[in-house]
Design a protein around this ligand. Structure first.
Ligand code: C2O
Ligand code: CU
Ligand code: CU
Length: 491
């Protein structure tokens, strides 16, 4: 219990709970949100080709958004008031992103999930000053996947993402395009960016106003899906593919349908699973993605709902669960099947072939132990006892090799651990095989309290001794407080 004093524990008790008054609005006061709204679908952009390179123009701006009628919320957005367009990249194509920053403060844009040169990565070293532009270029060398992009402006990532600097990336390839899967964007292939937010009484986002926000991570009392509160979607097909991104700063979601129906998971962070995996709920930590396929042929309205998973730890399930947002359930999306829907698709049995991860190939093992110290001094979130320092390269790996990374979490809460540049495979959790939904490519892995997760990573293509990649906790408040490190890939 080195984390909390008795006094702050009592403060947290007063703060949590399902009917607490937060920012002037009651958790339970659904009428505040007004009637259900159609789900916003971010614009899909495919770029324009100039000299064989696909160019995407992205302008980071400062705006006011109307999440609730008659209420202005100051936000950041990319080519629009809040969030950014969905970028569609084709495997094998050359991409240039023209990023122009006008938000009034320095920022960055990172391509989460992408395998690319470190200089193009958009991490804390590729700062774009206000008024300046940045033009990274790279080739898309990955399979069909749902990735995303977001600010990585240390130590303001949490603040900037919370205010809207994020968007989805869809990588498409020939294999996936040839499969019988829903792929009509916004019609039967639906992006869902999940974010929880808190509003103050003036309508502004409330960010990191309490010790709990900074220590456990920022949690909101209102769910936004693609920026829509209380959203519904009209289904014009019997089979829907939902591309879900947990774009929240720190909240975990356990997603299930209101009638407990089964559905298939077809993809994880880094693309398709070998075969569809049937489930009736799925948990996503911050930054994780999953593609789900659900059948609505019975014609009945159904809700996708979220409960927060129970995450007990040293402090005992109840207390910990409450601080992690337990008991705070959300309706994520109401799905309303329309008349005259397109018939159901029967899913392919085989989606993709993935190499069997072989730990024998690893040339070395590194261990990363996560730490949460006292918060009084500020940056007390650590990996291997050290907080992030931009001028220190923590690890150097050799190009063309594979390694095992052990992520060790002795703290009392789960951490979503993310590694740049690579898609890795999970070997085991405390020695146990991962669930089928976690046996594909991943770039973010939830490491539960008192868990050691072994990952197999391969480093290829891009070596640069001067430009590091990041690895970090994707609880953005933890990341901003120092739970991050750097590695370079060298020849
Ligand atoms: Cu999603 Cu280092 O980032
Ligand atoms: Cu990343
Ligand atoms: Cu963390």
């Amino acid at each position: 219990m080195q984390l909390l004093s008795r006094r702050s524990t009592l403060g947290l008790l007063a703060f949590g709970g399902a009917t607490a008054v937060i920012g002037g609005y009651r958790w339970s006061r659904k009428d505040f949100y007004g009637p259900s709204r159609p789900l916003a679908i971010p614009q899909l952009v495919e770029g324009s080709v100039q000299e064989g390179i696909r160019n995407f123009d992205l302008k980071l701006g400062k705006h006011a958004s109307q999440f609730v009628d008659g209420m202005d919320t100051p936000t950041f957005g990319i080519n629009g008031p809040y969030l950014g367009p969905t970028l569609k990249f084709r495997a094998g194509s050359n991409i240039r992103l023209n990023v122009h920053n006008t938000i009034g403060q320095p920022s960055t844009l990172h391509w989460h999930g992408m395998h690319l040169p470190a200089k193009a990565d958009g991490g804390p070293h590729q700062v774009i000053e206000n008024g300046a532009s940045w033009h990274p270029e790279f080739e898309v060398r990955q399979q069909a996947s749902t990735f995303w992009y977001h600010s990585h402006m240390m130590p303001r990532t949490g603040f900037q993402v919370y205010h809207g600097l994020a968007g989805m990336i869809i990588v498409e390839d020939e294999n996936a395009a040839g499969l019988d899967l829903p792929q009509d964007y916004g019609v039967d292939d639906v992006p869902l960016v999940l974010q929880d937010r808190r509003f103050d009484s003036g309508g502004a986002f409330e960010y990191a106003t309490s010790m709990q926000d900074r220590m456990m991570g920022m949690k909101g009392d209102t769910l936004l899906v693609n920026g829509t509160i209380n959203a519904h979607f009209v289904a014009r097909t019997n089979t829907l593919r939902l591309r879900i991104l947990n774009g929240s700063n720190s909240r975990f979601y356990t997603l299930a349908f209101s009638d407990k129906r089964q559905f298939h998971q077809i993809a994880s962070d880094g693309g398709l699973l070998e075969r569809p995996h049937m489930i009736n709920s799925i948990t996503l930590g911050p930054a994780e993605r999953a593609e789900l396929v659900v059948d609505v042929s019975n014609g009945r309205t159904v809700k996708l709902q979220s409960t927060t998973p129970s995450q007990g730890g040293m402090m005992g399930g109840g207390m910990m669960n409450m601080m992690m947002g337990g008991g705070e359930d959300f309706d994520v999306l109401e799905i309303r099947p329309d008349e005259g829907r397109k018939p159901s698709i029967s899913l392919p049995k085989k989606l993709v072939s993935l190499a069997t991860p072989d730990p024998q190939k690893a040339i070395r093992t590194r261990t990363f132990t996560l730490g949460m110290g006292m918060m009084m001094g500020g940056r007390a979130m650590t990996i291997n006892g050290q907080s992030m320092n931009k001028s220190r390269i923590n690890e150097t790996v050799a190009i063309g090799t594979e390694e095992i990374w052990i992520i060790d979490n002795p703290t009392m809460m789960p951490h979503p651990f993310h590694i740049h540049d690579v898609q890795f495979r999970i070997l085991d959790r405390n020695g146990n095989q991962p669930d089928p939904g976690e046996r594909g490519n991943k770039d973010t892995v939830v490491v539960n309290s008192n868990e050691r997760v072994r990952l197999l990573l391969g480093f290829s293509d891009y070596a640069d001794p001067d430009a590091p990649y990041m690895y970090h906790c994707h609880n953005l408040e933890h990341e901003d407080a120092g739970m991050m490190g750097q590695f370079t890939v060298t020849e």
